[in-house]
Design a protein around this ligand. Sequence first.
Ligand SMILES: Nc1ncnc2c1ncn2[C@@H]1O[C@H](COP(=O)(O)OP(=O)(O)O)[C@@H](O)[C@H]1O
Ligand SMILES: N[C@@H](CCOP(=O)(O)O)C(=O)O
Length: 318
Amino acid sequence: MAVYTQVSAEALSAFLERFDVGELVSAKGIAEGVENSNYLVDTTKSRFILTLYEKRVDQGDLPYFMALLDHCADRGLPVPPAVPDRDGTLIHTLEGRPACLIQFLSGVSVSHPTPAQARAAAEAMGKMHKAVADFPLNRPNSMGVDTWRPLFERCGTSLNDIAPGLYDELGQALDRVTKAWPREGFDSCAIHADLFPDNVLMLGNRVTGLIDFYFASTDLRLYDLAVMHTAWAFDATGTKFDPYVSEALLHGYETSYTLTEQERAILPLLATGACIRFTLSRAWDWLNTPADALVTRKDPMAFWRRARAYESALAALA
Ligand SMILES: Nc1ncnc2c1ncn2[C@@H]1O[C@H](COP(=O)(O)OP(=O)(O)O)[C@@H](O)[C@H]1O
Ligand SMILES: N[C@@H](CCOP(=O)(O)O)C(=O)O
């Protein structure tokens, strides 16, 4: 459940008057998602997503996210730009939170992607990377490789409450990965950085939406593919690897960028890093979200299992 901030009908009606979008017909809180409050809003003219940005999203980053969405939408990608009000303003305040009215995209996110769906989603990622070649803004990755150690230290030995021995094991993997992390030799661009299946809307095998750009940042282009691989090529528990989905992801991405031998060789390391990042962010939430909170905590171990699988692949290559 992700509705942290309640919006009254009166406040929403008044808010919508700033836009040329018709009058409020209905508004329902959306259960999916963990970061922000989202409402499905119907007006006499159309359907929208209303997002109120909660504490994890820095208000100062919103102009970057909105510019990136606009840039990609202008180039024909299925991403949802913010709707401007009559003055052209995109970012507003509602119920005391920064808020945007966002274009609604049809489609559903798949829970068990097939190879054909994985291929289409990775193709869309490749197209996005092509489209941002001339995107002029930069945003350092607030969940990038240099942030993992401090987050690990903040979690501390409480990690062992999640699984005995996790603090030591994760710390050692973090040492190995940060030491080997490529600091040059691979290109960077604006990346999505969280293109999990729940952030891709699909109708059948067709991608109708790439959403939730709130971790988007400037980072290694291949790291984006690595994040996607970790999220798509395993079952939800991180126990079962699907080699057909894995291959389909790489084939899909290669319709835009052929992977060199060097790039294929670095992918397991980047994927191990991605798994550490999601293990840590989930662990932090696990340790700091009250058990009775409305939001469902995500299992950190589902990514730690994946990290071990990628590290074994690295060992096999050595
Ligand atoms: N532009 C959109 N069009 C259609 N549905 C959307 C759109 N943006 C968000 N959603 C819906 O809202 C849900 C939560 O959005 P998301 O951005 O993933 O939230 P959070 O940032 O809180 O994780 C998505 O799973 C999807 O169902
Ligand atoms: N995808 C990440 C966390 C971010 O969640 P989202 O709902 O904003 O995509 C994870 O699964 O840990």
